[in-house]
Design a binder for this molecule. Structure first.
Ligand code: PLP
Length: 510
């Protein structure tokens, strides 16, 4: 492809993206494809001859798009948002176009230095303690990882290595494998699956401690668990707290956890993958309580800062603890500015060697939206969640399950779990909105997460109308099914309903 053709392809692709995003509300948020639909439409091998890009875009439209779940749709209300914006999309294109890797400063100095700058900008914007900035006097700083999972794993691995070093000093009678066999970590039973996975990958058990009834993990629970484990000869390494749990966006009590961790020399990491966006707001100051006492934290820019996936910020109070744990050198990786303050070699801060120029899309996003735009995005999601909560509270057939937090509302139709599952099933089959269930203390509930690039009050109204009319239909079906038909037209309706539900079952079993 020559540059002229590249230009045409690029322009057409931008048009494609704009058409897709501007028309996203017209699509069902969930696809209607059966398994293998995409596989069966595509050739089994790479085409031998180059194809024209127009053919590729045509197939993207006709084969791939129908098989997509539309994450940027405001009717996508599952999980948490994976946000995007015009600036970050163009940033992603420029990253690919420029195509540099920045694992060491010398590989591409601007790549590292821009990351230092945007991570400090972000630390200030989120009002994080000063020691997390590269520009501070201490050994702290921020780095962009691909995902919260990677950030947590880095913290877990670094804490593990630090614990092994210090334990070998305090217990010289123990061999290294004996020390490693005694290591133990902690989190709450409300934490994201990536925490447990980090434990598996780090070969270190992570105890999922029971959160209190309000779904918050507090220091007293941690202290008791640590004391029991120490008495049993184990070595506590790290506690991973969550600000904004995936289930209900609950906030662990960082202050009381920090009391325990500081007293017992345990690393404290905070996973604020979603809720970190709230740090920026004056009205959410409470959220930041205790952060000055944590060793590391992560926040997904792709969740709340309108930077497209993947982009996960991580800050360390003492980056040397990570660098020293992961430092594996080769002569070809060396350069003469190594170790100079504020020019980190980020390869030591992460799992892979190679690294993307993610700082570029962050920089472009921040500049094109401004701090003002970022704050108003978070505020808008909170306001839309409050709008949704008002709908829930206004309809006595529903109940709230947890307090509305940032852009998340957890609610359920009154009744048993089966009722919640049936409502969700209907909604999923209609594909107009997409939510997922969660469960706590044996009660299933629905999570409504405000998502989308530009969700509006009318989108929330659309979602609510869909939910409540489907509940009305479900209740009507149930009451009809429970009642004995008393006249000819009711009898006909009764049998029609049975036939419809039988054919539904039949279709699914095929
Ligand atoms: N932590 C929390 C609280 C989350 O909600 C999620 C995902 O939604 C994650 C971690 C995992 O994020 P990632 O996909 O970036 O690894």
């Amino acid at each position: 492809m020559d540059f002229d053709e590249f230009r045409e392809f690029g322009h057409a692709s931008i048009e494609f993206i704009i058409n897709y995003l501007s028309g996203i509300r017209e699509r069902d948020v969930l696809p209607s494809v059966a398994p293998y639909t995409v596989i069966n439409q595509l050739p089994k091998e790479i085409p031998e001859k180059p194809e024209h890009w127009r053919e590729v875009l045509k197939d993207l439209e006709s084969i791939i798009l129908p098989g997509l779940t539309h994450w940027q749709s405001p009717y996508f209300n599952a999980f948490y948002p994976s946000s995007s914006s015009a600036g970050s999309i163009v940033g992603e294109l420029l990253i690919a176009g420029i195509g540099v890797l920045g694992f060491s400063w010398i590989c591409s100095p601007a790549c590292t230095e821009l990351e230092v700058v945007v991570m400090d900008w972000l630390a200030k914007f989120l009002k994080l303690p000063e020691h997390f900035q590269h520009a501070s006097d201490g050994p702290g700083g921020g780095v962009i990882q691909g995902s919260a999972s990677e950030a947590v794993l880095v913290a877990v691995l670094a804490a593990r290595e630090q614990a092994v070093i210090s334990c070998k000093e305090t217990h010289p009678e123990l061999s290294e494998s004996e020390v490693r066999g005694k290591l133990i970590a902690y989190s709450s039973d409300q934490s994201n699956s990536c925490i447990e996975k980090a434990g598996v990958l780090a070969a270190m058990p992570i105890k999922l401690l029971p959160a209190d009834d309000d779904l918050i993990l507090r220091g007293n629970t941690l202290r008791k668990a640590i004391e029991d484990d120490v008495a049993a000869g184990l070595i506590p390494v790290i506690c991973i707290a969550t600000l904004g749990t995936t289930g209900t966006c609950a906030y662990d009590d960082i202050d009381s956890l920090a009391d325990v961790c500081q007293a017992l020399n345990v690393w404290l990491h905070v996973d604020a993958a979603y809720a970190g966006g709230g740090f920026a707001l004056e009205e959410c100051t409470e959220l930041r309580r205790g952060l000055d006492r944590v060793d590391s934290l992560n926040f997904n820019l792709h969740k709340f800062m309108l930077v497209n996936f993947d982009c996960s910020a991580m800050w360390l109070k003492d980056a040397n603890k990570v660098v020293d744990s992961f430092n594996v050198d080769r002569i070809y990786l060396k350069h003469k500015h190594e170790g100079q303050s504020q020019i980190p070699d980020f390869r030591h801060w992460q799992i892979p060697l190679g690294r993307r120029f993610r700082a570029l899309k962050v920089w472009i996003t921040f500049r094109t939206l401004g701090a003002e735009g970022l704050r108003s995005h978070v505020r808008k999601h909170i306001a839309l969640a409050q709008q949704f909560e008002a709908f829930v509270r206004n309809d006595s057939r529903f109940e709230m399950v947890a307090p509305q937090a940032l852009g998340l509302v957890c609610f359920r139709p009154r009744g048993d779990n089966e009722h919640t599952a049936q409502l969700l099933q209907r909604l999923m089959e209609r594909k107009k909105i997409y939510m997922v269930k969660a469960e706590h203390a044996g009660r299933q509930f629905l999570r409504f997460a405000v998502c989308g690039m530009d969700a509006k009050p009318s989108d929330i109204e659309f979602a609510w109308t869909e939910i409540e009319t489907q509940l009305t239909a479900l209740l009507a079906e149930k009451s009809l099914a429970a009642r004995k038909p008393s006249n000819v037209s009711e009898l006909t309706q009764h049998f029609q309903m049975h036939l419809a539900s039988d054919s539904g079952t039949h279709e699914k079993s095929q």
